[in-house]
Design a protein around this ligand. Sequence first.
Ligand code: ADP
Length: 751
Amino acid sequence: MDKYDILKKYFGYPDFREGQELLIDSILNGRDVLGIMPTGAGKSICYQVPALLLSGITLVISPLISLMKDQVQALNQAGVHAAYINSSLSESQISKALRLAAAGQYKIIYVAPERLETYEFLQFAQQAEISMLTVDEAHCISQWGQDFRPSYLKIVQFIRRLEKRPILSAFTATATEKVKEDIACVLGLMEPQALVTGFDRKNLYFAVETPRKKDSYLMQYVKEHKGESGIIYCATRKNVDLVCDRLRAEGIAATKYHAGLGAEERRQNQEDFIYDRCPVMAATNAFGMGIDKSNVRYVIHYNMPQSMENYYQEAGRAGRDGERAECILLYSAQDVAVNRYLIENKEQNAENTWEEMEQIRERDEERLRAMTYYCMTPDCLREYILRYFGEMRSGRCENCLNCAREYEEADVTQAAEKIIACILECRQRYGINVIAGILAGESRAKLREYGVFNYDSYGSLKELRETEIKMIIHQMLIDGLLVMSNDKYAILKLSPDADAVRKGQRRVIWKKVKINAKKADTANVSAARMRKSDILNSKGLELFERLRALRTEIAREESLPPYIIFSDKTLVDMCVKAPMEKQEMMQVTGVGENKYERYGEQFLAAIADYSKGSREKYYFGDVQEAVAQTAQRSGSTKGKKADFYLTKEQAESFPYAEKYLAAELAEKLNGLRDSETVKKMSGAEIFRTMQAKEYAGETVQNGIRKKYVSKQGQTAGLFIGMRKSKSGTEYEDIYYNEDAQRMIVAMVIEK
Ligand code: ADP
């Protein structure tokens, strides 16, 4: 058997995803690997497939007990002999598992790092043939990361005690350059094959909403998505309780999770959620570490989280199966105040010096600000997220609310001048609430206390609503005309750029959601939101529901989470292919031999019962199209289309110019290609090629990624230039001069 046979037989997939093969091949060649891939990218396959091809055992170190159980269940379902050893087992269970392991029962064993130094485990490991040691959540080894676990350092001592050094493979979803170095260095990876794939999760739809009543918005949303699984994150335990009660009162099977509940209740509730007995979970951020539920269709943030790091991690729990899922943040200005309070009152390590504490607080404030800007930006939300994590990209994603919305630009230079005047009149001492209050001419007690009623600025923008003034102030912050102080007071000050506005040399443009575009808005949004209904027609959706019910029934009988039996994606593909016999069923993505043995016939029977033997179509368009669509969704590397190339003739009409960004270059190339047979080129791919040639690369400083051009790269015609985001902030990016353009065109000409 080769890697493809393993992939199909055990996991039921026809192709590898981007990057998986590279890592698998390296492991099989005996080389260490380091995989940095976002959640849901498919890291597990990267070590599970080679584990089944290597002669001995693979040990997987994982910090999360719940995740181990899930992974082992899924592997056993797929017909792979796997086990886990951690503190959730009794001593006698552990001894038994080790006995079986020593007898060669398991190919893959998950262990908690603490276990590595116990006598019993070490004795087993020293006698067994350990082919590979995989470190999952490898960032836990770095003291720079947020999740440092001292027990991870034990891995190194453990390896030293083994007779033969196994192949090492390490995986994580979050790593700055520093953490990456740490992983390689502390673990002692030997010339590892590293792979960093992008952070983009294409199947996730992003939106920020500012509903007047969050509660009503939420209830309506959950009702509209009845039967689907979702998580609702709230900032406080109190909110979790309230939201959960409201949902239950509306007849929705909801449960909850926060640190105020007893351990048993938390365990029970988590299980109810995972097994889809209660598909909706209201929770604080205490919930989620190690939750591997793949069919979460939406993550709603009832409150804004404290940082983009938290947000992306929590929102990222949606759509791990690669199917479309939605991440919606319900923003209100009050969220900022609550978070600021939480930051101020955060417990800090008592051993930190005062300066260190200050530094941490400042960093937290900085992160909160970036989070707040996310809620304010009129630009593409995905672009904002990816840029925050250091991935440069340009252009709209067409799969977020902001890309679906229509905006109108309003010249608010005059209002901006008044805002600046007010800040100066207040001698740069107040935050946004006071400034907006003064300008709107409010008569709040606090304003009276500050004695601002006789200021020239008082009421000078009273034709606007206070919220509108705040929005303009936010626009000015985004444009870099104003800055906010880094402390809890968040005082507004002028940046040097504000001078240009005062002197009448710069205009201020406010991008405002078009009110009368609301209808178009909804239509666009639902187009962007299409999921299985994208592919399946109404009869297909009905079949899907039947198959889902069958899955739930089996799950109950076998006490397994439904998604471990088949993912939603597999069910959709079943409806598209409507298989009538084994051969056809085996073509469905996610159906491997073992799964077929267990469940194949039941599902075939359900489909036959529904179709009554007719070859009716349960999807839109023709088969090829729908299948290609599903294949594309699964991120498969072997679509029907060939990789990008141009014929010689096509290449001759390339519109060379003085300089292009990678994305522009890709666009020009795509303009020439034959879209029927050839995949699209992307800016990211051009950059990756340049990286591979060592013409360019990326560094990370303070969490911000920066691109650079090497000496060879410069010779080839790459150079760094400034560019401006839509919101006006400047940043560096790589440009390609005509020589470089010719080089890239030559590279893609058909051989
Ligand atoms: P990660 O650990 O990176 O968060 P997982 O390993 O849990 O991601 O994989 C996410 C999902 O993608 C799983 O449902 C997995 O079965 C699926 N998957 C992984 N590799 C492939 C592939 N080559 N083809 C189709 N689906 C895949």
